[in-house]
Design a protein around this ligand. Structure first.
Ligand code: HEC
Length: 185
């Protein structure tokens, strides 16, 4: 009984810190660092999924630990992060980039540019679709085939990502305004 009570007390304290604990549970440690290091994370300059997203830092999905160490030394805008990232942190970041790089990237940017986009994909390959809403309106997405039940909402300036293994051709819609057609090579 006493042990149970202790567990409950522990549970209470865990709840107090749950916002951090839950995040660490859902996301890998490398992903948390990528989003939060130094308070603004790598995402501020390299995009939410290291895909670049038109930001100053560009796409770094194919970069490794040596590249990270070099950039932290040499990039004036990254020097502030150099002192807050331990060797272990950098290794976790490199691991996270390697995981992202195991997927072929498809970027779908909404709210600007072409409303119709077509991409050729290879059957059985692993892809990550990164969707960024650069418009001022929330949109409803139809992502049948990669997200069940298929319908997903995206807020203005939100970025979402979906990873899956390609099985055929796909047609994705964003509130009927934009279409992304994936066809097999
Ligand atoms: C304030 C903006 C900013 C932040 C924050 C930032 N970077 Fe960078 N990063 C840059 C810029 C600018 C470059 C140079 C891009 C270029 O040369 O085109 C760069 C380059 C890099 C490169 C080297 C790319 C290459 O060509 O070898 C890596 C790796 C990298 N950053 C990783 C990170 C990681 C990991 C974080 C988070 C811990 C981070 N960056 C945070 C701005 C930033």
């Amino acid at each position: 009984m006493a042990a149970l009570k202790e567990l409950r007390v522990l549970g209470y304290f865990l709840c107090l810190f749950s916002s951090v604990a839950v995040m660490a549970d859902d996301l890998s440690q490398g992903e948390v660092l990528f989003r939060q290091a130094g308070g603004y994370g790598c995402v501020a300059c390299h995009g939410m999924y290291a895909q670049g997203d038109g930001q100053v830092g560009g796409n770094i999905r194919a970069k490794n630990l040596a590249d990270i160490n070099r950039a932290l030394l040499q990039q004036p805008s990254m020097k502030g992060l150099s002192s807050v990232l331990s060797g272990a942190d950098r290794a976790l970041l490199a691991e996270y980039l390697a995981e992202l790089n195991s997927y072929e990237l498809i970027n779908w940017t909404l709210g600007v540019g072409e409303p119709f986009q077509q991409v050729k994909v290879t059957a059985d390959e692993h892809y990550q679709l990164v969707i960024t809403n650069k418009g001022f309106e929330a949109l409803t997405l139809q992502l049948t085939g990669i997200s069940e039940p298929g319908q997903v909402n995206i807020a203005p300036y939100q970025t979402l990502a979906f990873a899956w293994q390609v099985k055929g051709s796909y047609l994705f819609l964003a509130s009927d305004q934009s279409r992304l057609q994936l066809t097999l090579k």
